[in-house]
Design a protein. Structure first.
Length: 483
């Protein structure tokens, strides 16, 4: 093999390449003329080593993760390519079956040579990878491949460096990340960061409708000055102004400025211009009744193009789908942990709560409705259900902020409250009995505070015993279990 000729072919052709992909493709094409090896050039694009050029093969890996920062269970398979990029050291693998990092491209591959592609400062920007299925003098090819990689790295630097991630690639990357967001807050901050990244504008704000009126969504993780000013102006403008912004977006669809001076904005967008926005993309999110609007802005007079707006629309649609899914899952979890009649939490969450009871501080109030069976027998189960719903609301209203009420049986409730001394629990229980009387019914309440080392089940049993003591003495009262 004339290695001087290989190097000469690459050196002559590279200066004529006008783009980085061209330079990479001509490099692997030149190598393919002199060796049957499978050749590929992978360059760092965002967080991955993306294949920019390759010779024909049964399988070419489109990309390889550049870093290993994922949790262990999600960590990608190791590879020779990633190892070389991370270390900057050439890997010569005479027997791929003996290297645990080898990723199979063809079943007949026997040897691999992977060399780093560096910029003029010596920093790795990618790799040149060669794989053979026949005996080959790897030492000679190592020297040639390293020289080829050096010349390729110089040409890539002269052309401006590795290709940037396209906006479509960014959109897909962010959309995939949305599906992993665990909470509404995480999803909203991810959507705003994605909108800034895809649009190349400096600020993004989400305005959402809600039961209590429109509100600003979560801020980005690193809000800039413009975003901070926009949020302040929209907050000061008030709910009516936010409603108008949302209504305009859903009435007329997505809109964007062209950055022209001398053309005043519509009234809805005056708060944004006061904040310093000179370029704006407004995209409706979700439905008019439950969605909102995504505002992406910049202080400079720029000219967003329709493609940019289309990408932001796609991004907003994906974010809304994921947000709706999170809310649906939250509703299902709430339904699974709540009593369908009264809306109170029931036995599952109650068991979790009392498991965290603090001895001497957490009081359990066992509550039973007096004469409930007579109501069902006399007036029917619908009347009994109405009684339970009304009583649940009355008891909730008599509790303090932070106190918790559970329905644990047909006419049985338990309140879990934090107190500084037992007498405080008795006062709360008496408030509950008074609230019940105002509904025309009476309740019996037994109280117990956990003892050190006592199981939650035992504490609840003592509260029930205190409740039975009230029943034995005429009902409609409160009894505190002995400490």
């Amino acid at each position: 093999m004339d290695h001087e000729r290989v190097l000469r072919d690459v050196t002559v052709r590279l200066p004529t390449a006008s783009t980085v992909p061209e330079a990479c493709q001509w490099t692997v094409a030149a190598l393919a003329r002199h060796t049957p090896a499978t050749a590929a050039v992978l360059l760092r694009v965002h967080d991955r080593l993306r294949c920019v050029a390759a010779t024909g093969a049964w399988q070419v890996f489109s990309h390889v993760p550049a870093t290993v920062d994922a949790p262990a269970r999600h960590r990608p398979e190791p590879s020779v390519v990633r190892r070389v990029y991370a270390s900057g050291v050439t890997a010569v693998v005479p027997d791929v079956t003996a290297d645990p990092d080898y990723l199979p491209v063809r079943p007949d591959v026997t040897a691999e040579l992977c060399v780093p592609v560096r910029d003029p400062a010596g920093r790795p920007i990618g790799v040149l990878d060669l794989q053979w299925s026949e005996p080959v003098p790897l030492a000679a090819w190592r020297e040639t491949a390293e020289l080829v990689a050096d010349r390729l790295g110089g040409r890539i630097a002269a052309l401006g460096g590795p290709p940037a991630e396209s906006r479509s690639e960014k959109l897909l990357r962010h959309a995939a990340a949305f599906t992993a967001a665990p909470t509404d807050w995480d999803l909203m901050t991810a959507a705003l960061a994605a909108a800034r990244d895809v649009s190349a504008l400096s600020a993004a704000v989400l305005v959402l409708t809600g039961r209590s009126g429109p509100r600003l969504g979560a801020p980005t993780d690193t809000p800039g000055e413009l975003e901070t000013r926009i949020r302040a102006e929209l907050t000061e403008a008030g709910p009516a102004a936010l409603d108008r912004v949302i209504d305009r977006a859903h009435r007329y669809g997505s809109a964007y400025t062209l950055g022209e001076a001398g053309h005043p904005p519509t009234e809805e967008y005056l708060p944004l211009t006061r904040a310093g926005a000179r370029t704006l993309v407004a995209v409706p999110v979700g439905t008019p009744a439950a969605g909102g609007v995504l505002l992406v802005a910049d202080e400079q007079r720029l000219r967003p193009d329709p493609t940019t707006v289309n990408l932001i629309e796609l991004l907003a649609g994906q974010a809304w789908t994921c947000l709706d899914r999170l809310r649906t899952l939250a509703r299902l979890r709430e339904q699974a942990s709540s009593d369908p009649l009264t809306g109170l939490r029931h036995t599952g969450p109650f068991g979790q709560r009392i498991a965290t009871a603090t001895p001497g501080r957490t009081a359990l109030l066992a509550i039973d409705v007096d004469g409930f069976k007579d109501v069902n027998d006399t007036y029917g189960h619908q009347a009994g259900d109405r009684l339970l719903v009304g009583l649940a609301r009355a008891l909730e209203g008599a509790l303090r902020q932070g106190d918790e009420l559970y329905r644990t049986g047909g006419d049985e409730f338990v309140a879990v409250i934090e107190v500084s001394r037992p007498e405080e629990a008795v006062r709360i229980a008496e408030r509950l009995t008074e609230a019940a009387r105002r509904t025309g019914r009476t309740i019996s309440v037994g109280i117990a505070l956990p003892r050190p080392g006592e199981s939650p089940e035992r504490t609840l049993h003592r509260a029930d015993q205190a409740l039975y003591a009230v029943k034995r003495h005429g009902r409609d009262g409160v009894h505190l279990s002995a400490a």
